[in-house]
Design a binder for this molecule. Sequence first.
Ligand code: FES
Length: 166
Amino acid sequence: MAAARSRLRSAAGPAAPDPWPTIMREFEGRPADLVPVLQRTQEAFGYLSPDSVRRVARWLKLSESDVFGVATFYAQFRFSPPGRHRLRVCLGTACHVKGGVQMLETLERRLAVEAGQTTPDGEYDLERVVCLGCCALAPVVTVDDAIYGQMSVLRLQGLLDEHAHA
Ligand code: FES
């Protein structure tokens, strides 16, 4: 568990340099660059803030509503800051059969959020995914980059307790 915790990503840390000059060097600034520019912007900031949408629109000479419209079309973009930790529950076939839904319901109850939401304290993003590629370990839950297989409700509760007290 200590190793797993050490892999947890953290939002804390020294202030990062402004990523905009780098992003703007990577593209030609054409309207056709919109989706890759949004992807790069989200990679740099973790989400698309209203300020980011405004800057991208001005740079690519598009309207803010056009940029927002395209961004909301794709499920990959988020418009609020990500939680410090990312919890994913697999509901692919193997995990579904082995109790994935129970894992998700346990997390939803415990964290008082639904899949797709971030806890109000900004600690966790809860996501449901289709297959994590390790079906033999079903049911699978991940915390950031750490994979936890053959989960049970009891083990999941223990995992959350450890995180809460880490
Ligand atoms: S179905 Fe869950 S890892 Fe493949």
